[in-house]
Ligand binder design. Structure first.
Ligand code: ZN
Length: 108
């Protein structure tokens, strides 16, 4: 099964460990890029068990890039980011993960 770029409206095939295709990755702010890799666990794409913190930073990155791609910011935050944050934020207890996520989501 092929793995596709997670960006909004993108279907480019990318290696399983990558979140986005190269053009979408280049649109991702550096701080977010660093957080994606900081919260990535090697092998998560194989066992399909990313951490909840990774799922939140993934949704954050997808939201940022979707807004740059022209999706209405309110719609992007409301439909992409917020449902994931709401679902997982209270389940993250790892202090390192929380500290990393708070770099972009200070109210977590
Ligand atoms: Zn893409």
């Amino acid at each position: 099964m092929s793995h596709v770029c997670h960006a909004w409206n993108c279907a480019k095939v990318v290696a399983p460990e990558f979140l986005f295709c190269p053009p979408h990755w280049r649109m991702t702010p550096r701080v977010t890029q660093r957080l994606v890799w900081a919260l990535y666990r090697p092998g998560q794409e194989i066992d399909k068990r990313p951490t909840r913190a990774y799922l939140i930073i993934q949704a954050y990155a997808v939201t940022e890039v979707a807004i740059k791609d022209g999706l209405d910011p309110e719609k992007a935050v409301g439909e992409i980011l917020w449902p994931v944050v709401e679902r997982y934020q209270s389940t993250i207890t790892d202090a390192r993960e929380l500290a990393l996520l708070r770099k972009v989501l200070p109210r977590l």
